[in-house]
Design a binder for this molecule. Structure first.
Ligand SMILES: [Zn+2]
Ligand SMILES: [Zn+2]
Length: 378
């Protein structure tokens, strides 16, 4: 007995004494559910492969007998995957088409119904909106299901017809005589584009595509604390697929407009406040308008240019978890430029009282003379 024998009955969910019809019915149901064209779940493709393998085995009397004896007809020891047999890319192919199109109406290898693409949309927001969240109205241009034909692509009361060129197979074969003998080659049918069916009377609204482009208005809920470049996913709001296939997702990409006052670094905010030299020397109180409040800030006497004051918890709220970043106020001390003669006089007296006259300074450490020498290349 093979230890690697797969539970093919279990995969299809049928009892061991299931009839051929039971197996076929179970297979069609699962194939519809897990076909990668309609099921975007990444595990669906694997599951679909298993379902096909189970059907390949259980729909073949000889192979089913091997399973019933405890073996696995698909394991390498039992002769491998059956090879490129008579049934095309894999056995059960025809039945997938039947599962989707209910029998003989379509036999083409290309499904008309396919999954839709994702869409992306740029959303410009102000700092206050990214910081505290916002319900932003957006306008989306995507393909949506054609309501006239519900995605079928056919005009009311009409149906797709089996392609006369390929007989519904979706591909045409040609036989060529070569010195090696007859060579049969196949290519997608040009008359039906490989669908196996044609739509002689297309829906007037969508032209047979099963979907139409429309402009929709949506409201997207932006959580507090998002950052520039982040994307918000709106499941199922992307493009509807051809033939009315399942929609892709819509991604809303956040773009934060630069703020007049605040520069953002992560969840911290930075701003620059200029204070006059006298205020920096004597000390003062500032009123800072934060994103959502007003804060009194004490500038201590003797504050130096480039000093930073920190207001905790007044930055941007964290996207994940509680709390907020901080607000950093960078102080720039402004030196007065246009002095009238009496102001100049006062400053000179002030300097003299502190022993800070320029003449004395240059004498002190000889610093300025050294600088001058350096510039002159000495
Ligand atoms: Zn055709
Ligand atoms: Zn339509």
């Amino acid at each position: 007995m093979s230890v690697a024998a797969k539970d093919y009955y279990g995969i299809l969910g049928v009892p061991r004494d299931a009839t051929a019809d039971d197996i076929k019915r179970a297979y069609r149901k699962l194939a519809r559910q897990y076909h990668p064209d309609v099921n975007p779940d990444p595990t669906a493709a694997e599951k679909f492969k298993d379902i096909n393998a189970a059907y390949e085995v259980l729909s073949d009397d000889q192979k089913r007998q091997i399973v019933d004896l405890g073996g696995d007809p698909l394991s390498p020891g039992m002769g491998g995957m059956g090879g490129p047999g008579a049934g095309g890319p894999f056995v059960g192919f025809q039945d997938i088409m039947d599962a989707f199109f209910g029998g003989a109406t379509s036999r083409g290898p290309r499904a008309r119904t396919r999954a839709g693409a994702d869409a992306i949309l740029r959303l410009d927001l102000d700092l206050v909106e990214t910081a505290f969240g916002v319900e932003a109205p957006i306008t989306v241009d995507t393909a949506v299901l054609c309501t006239t034909c519900s995605g079928a692509g056919t005009a009311a009361g009409t149906h797709p017809q089996t392609c006369e060129t390929c007989g519904g197979r979706g591909e045409v074969q040609s036989v060529q005589r070569t010195f090696l003998g007859q060579v049969v080659s196949s290519r997608p049918c040009g008359s039906c584009a490989g669908y196996g069916t044609t739509i002689p009377h297309p829906c007037m609204t969508c032209g047979g595509d099963g979907r139409v482009r429309t402009r929709r208005s949506l409201t997207v809920k932006i959580p507090a604390g998002v950052e520039d470049g982040m994307r918000i996913r709106l499941a199922g709001q992307g493009e509807v697929g051809p033939g009315g296939g399942p929609s892709g997702d819509l991604y809303v990409e956040i773009h934060e407009r630069p703020h007049d006052v605040y520069a953002r670094k992560g969840d911290d905010l930075h701003c620059k406040v200029t204070v006059p030299m006298t205020a920096a020397a004597l000390g003062t109180r500032l009123t800072i308008k934060t994103l959502d409040s007003e804060e009194q800030l004490e500038v201590k006497a003797g504050t130096q240019p480039g000093s930073t004051l920190r207001i905790r918890g007044k930055g941007v709220p964290h996207l994940r978890g509680a709390g907020r970043g901080d607000l950093f106020v960078h102080l720039d001390v402004r030196t007065p430029t246009k002095l009238d003669s009496s102001q100049e006089q006062m400053l000179r007296e002030f300097a003299r009282s502190r022993g800070e006259e320029v003449a004395e300074l240059s004498k002190q450490g000889g610093f300025f003379s050294r600088m001058r020498d350096a510039f002159n290349g000495h």
